[in-house]
Design a protein around this ligand. Structure first.
Ligand SMILES: Cc1cc2nc3c(=O)[nH]c(=O)nc-3n(C[C@H](O)[C@H](O)[C@H](O)COP(=O)(O)OP(=O)(O)OC[C@H]3O[C@@H](n4cnc5c(N)ncnc54)[C@H](O)[C@@H]3O)c2cc1C
Length: 401
């Protein structure tokens, strides 16, 4: 049970990291508390993930993209931000940055399935599923994790990819800034009479935040509602027919008749930013490092980017004869990933706070911010450019298939 790298958590980030490191000569263990059957055929968790152009390139390089079915891929052509009773709103169009579309929509469970299918056959990745890490520690010679079935794993480097509430992060004494928004987000796939036209809506209405994420079928979207936990309980108590009527009303009948078309999944909203991404013999990736509020749709995009950054640093270390656990190597990952994520994390926290606050000053600020955004095409252009830029000058030659 000795490895070069032990990754805790076979979520999208952990699986992608294992895939990125495969073929480098490193012996990798991937530990996951869910059973292997659940990883091979993940349950629909209602999350529809908006993917940027850079993430699409990374998914392609990792082999995941080609494992998605055509009907699992939705086109995100344009996004519209609405406030209160707005009907036109602030539009983010791809043409602002010379692109065809802002991004893509993929079901989270399809990403997980594709990642598992890609990783399962790899000879240098040992998957230990159906077992939980119960303790983790580092010492001079390496890191050790203990599993709930009594086994112990040792490694040169321990990577925590075990969610925003990472127990491994905590066991290793790495703190995190956490913000509980006191709100719950419901995601549910819905069929609607009016076609979505591949446009996403983010609608900051009084007393509720709504989003509409266009899926492959022109009449099916992922509907996202953010409410206080008490209001959410009342919404969740409705049967499917009543929920359809309620949603159509919440969307001001703009989408016509609406019918529930998938499981309802509710998520408490907590933003998390780890105080450090690395420590002696340790690195954090995915939500364990940066757990975003979903409003700016960047959690997985950052997770994918972070695992890629770490994998590149580890491969460079191998190529130049440095130990993969050297603090220089790990700190470079931390610096790069912090620089890539902190500004948007802070902006998202601010935005989520402002848009879930219904007191009059916040309402005025919102109107001002949207009005300013509408008058500043350069601002909108820079957001669109961020979503559509592939940012990857060089292809990932080293990803072995
Ligand atoms: C409603 C919603 C909408 C979202 N929309 C978007 C979007 O549009 N775009 C976007 O980029 N992101 C989005 N996200 C964020 C995205 O879903 C997450 O960032 C991503 O799933 C995190 O992946 P992860 O692998 O880091 O963590 P997780 O998916 O949480 O996986 C962690 C894994 O670790 C395992 N684990 C935990 N503890 C242990 C242990 N002790 N031992 C063994 N295994 C363990 C868990 O079982 C799990 O499989 C959204 C999130 C939500 C909630």
């Amino acid at each position: 049970m000795d490895f070069d790298v032990v990754v805790v958590g076979a979520g999208p980030a952990g699986l992608c990291l294992a895939r990125s490191l495969a073929g480098s000569g490193l012996r990798i263990a991937l530990v996951e508390r869910q059973a292997e059957a659940a990883l091979a055929s993940p349950a629909d968790d209602g999350r529809e993930i908006a993917i940027t152009h850079r993430s699409q390139r990374l998914l392609q390089a990792l082999g995941l993209w080609d494992r998605l079915r055509a009907d699992e891929i939705g086109v995100l052509r344009e996004a519209l931000v609405l406030d209160g009773n707005d009907t036109d709103g602030l539009a983010f169009r791809p043409a602002l940055a010379g692109a065809q579309q802002l991004g893509w929509m993929l079901p989270n469970h399809s990403i997980r399935r594709a990642a598992f299918d890609e990783v399962a056959p790899l000879p240098d990745v040992r998957l230990l599923a159906g077992t939980r890490v119960v303790s983790a520690r580092t010492e001079a010679g390496g890191a050790q994790v203990d599993l709930d079935d009594g086994r112990a794993l040792r490694a040169h480097l321990l990577v925590a990819a075990d969610s925003r509430h990472s127990e491994t992060r905590r066991a290793l004494g790495i703190g995190a800034r956490m913000h509980d928004f006191g709100k719950t987000m419901l995601v549910v796939r819905m069929r609607h009479a009016v076609a979505h036209d591949q446009v996403a809506w983010e609608w900051f209405d009084h007393g509720q935040t709504l989003a509409l994420l266009p899926l492959h079928d022109p009449h099916v979207s992922s509907v996202v509602v953010t409410l206080s936990p008490m209001q959410m309980q009342a919404l969740l108590a409705l049967d499917d027919a009543a929920l359809g009527v309620e949603m159509a009303a919440r969307f001001g009948q703009r989408l016509g008749i609406m019918d529930v078309d998938g499981p309802r999944c509710a998520y408490p909203l907590v933003g998390v930013y780890a105080r450090r991404f690395v420590a002696d013999r340790v690195a954090l990736v995915g939500d364990a490092a940066v757990g975003m509020h979903p409003v700016t749709a960047h959690g997985f995009n950052f997770g994918l980017l972070g695992q890629d950054t770490l994998a590149r640093e580890l491969r460079t270390a191998l190529a130049t004869g440095r130990p993969i656990w050297s603090m220089d190597v790990l700190r470079r990952y931390e610096r790069r990933h912090r620089a890539a994520t902190l500004p948007l994390y802070m902006a998202t926290q601010l935005l989520a706070g402002l848009y879930t606050d219904d007191r009059p000053p916040a309402q005025v600020l919102r109107k001002l911010a949207l009005g300013l955004g509408a008058r500043l095409p350069a601002f909108r252009r820079s957001i669109v450019a961020g979503l559509t830029a592939a940012h990857e000058g060089r292809a990932r030659q080293w990803v072995s298939r």
